[in-house]
Design a protein around this ligand. Structure first.
Ligand code: 2RA
Length: 329
């Protein structure tokens, strides 16, 4: 088993390495891959020093699986070349997510759509993954009619330069601007680029990807995506209208019994999910569960997860684990 991590020097790349180590992911050979600019850099993994190689060399090595986190353009150009060489690419960018010929996978929800001949598999957007994982057991029981979501997203979702901007602003130093405005002590209702319909690309990702993962175009989704000066993870306020009525205790039971979901819902003792606690954890945390009394069959939820973990690295590694467990890699 030859594994490649493409984009190994980036924020998500280093998170992938942490998750591989924590999960004790089995491989015989590991290739750490980045742009030609970063080739030659050294990265230590499990006490061993690796030299970062370029993409061309990595394709020639014909890895069995390549986990990509190198941005959409690199993925568009290189994922097909790896696929032609027989590699299964698990891609973190948005390049292939809505391509009808590619699977968009959260293994706990729709791992079963994967087939042995899939060569490029898309990892969903971070804010989508945590929402659908928490909603999946409720959808199964009650059916989802409509979702209204507002996000509070960590600067780590933008990348290292955004973290640097926020920290420089916090220290009163001159910051290289990644966002159009200051992010520290501020809130930006703007993630990714604005579309003609007035929504941002991030909001449209949540809308379209949710339908694709659930395999249900009838679910209505509307989203507002917001960047906040936080690092540990993304938070989401979700208002969900079900087809059937629900019992709040049963909702809590269903969520407690869902692998990968942790119920943190004890407001009397100030227990609710927060990015500070979700940081570096693989799970999705859910709390503030309460009935929306303004219309029937409607629930309010607060969902938090480390966007670099379940929102990116963890989900990608879990797809690789799924493929191996099901003898597809
Ligand atoms: C963000 N969704 O947080 C992006 C990262 N993929 O900006």
């Amino acid at each position: 088993m030859k594994l490649a991590v493409v984009g190994a020097t980036g924020l998500v790349g280093s998170e992938i390495l942490e998750v591989l180590e924590e999960h004790n992911f089995p491989f015989d050979e590991l290739l750490l891959v980045a742009s030609e600019r970063s080739a030659g850099k050294k990265i230590t993994f499990k006490g061993k020093e690796y030299t970062v190689i370029g993409l061309k060399q990595a394709v020639a090595e014909k890895p069995d699986i390549a986990i990509f986190s190198a941005g959409g353009n690199t993925s568009k150009e290189w994922a097909p070349l790896f696929a032609e060489a027989g590699t299964i690419v698990i891609d973190n960018s948005s390049a292939w997510r809505m391509d009808p010929s590619k699977k968009l996978v959260v293994p706990e929800i729709n791992g079963k759509v994967l087939r042995i001949d899939d060569r490029i598999i898309a990892n969903p957007n971070c804010s989508t993954i945590q929402m659908v994982l928490a909603l999946a057991p409720l959808r199964e029981k009650y059916g989802i009619k409509r979702i209204v979501v507002s996000t509070y997203q960590s600067v780590t979702g933008t990348g290292k330069d955004a973290v640097d901007q926020m920290m420089a602003e916090r220290k009163g130093e001159e910051a290289t601007m990644v966002y159009p405005y200051k992010i520290d002590l501020n809130v930006l209702p703007h993630i990714d680029v604005f579309q003609e319909n007035g929504y941002t690309k991030e909001e449209m990702k949540m809308i379209n990807e949710t339908k694709k993962i659930f395999g249900d175009d009838s679910i209505q989704v509307t989203a507002t995506a917001v960047r906040i000066p936080v690092m540990g993870g993304h938070s989401e306020s979700v208002n969900v209208e079900f087809h059937k009525d629900f019992d709040l205790d049963e909702v809590k039971r269903l969520l407690s019994n869902t692998p990968g979901v942790v119920l943190e819902d004890d407001p009397a003792n100030n227990v609710y999910p927060m990015p500070l606690n979700a940081h570096k954890k693989d799970e999705v945390f859910v709390g503030r569960l309460r009935r929306d009394d303004t219309q029937p069959n409607t629930l309010n939820m607060w969902i938090v997860a480390d966007n670099l973990r379940k929102g990116a690295a963890t989900n990608a590694v879990q797809i690789a684990e799924y493929l191996m467990e099901h003898s597809m890699a």
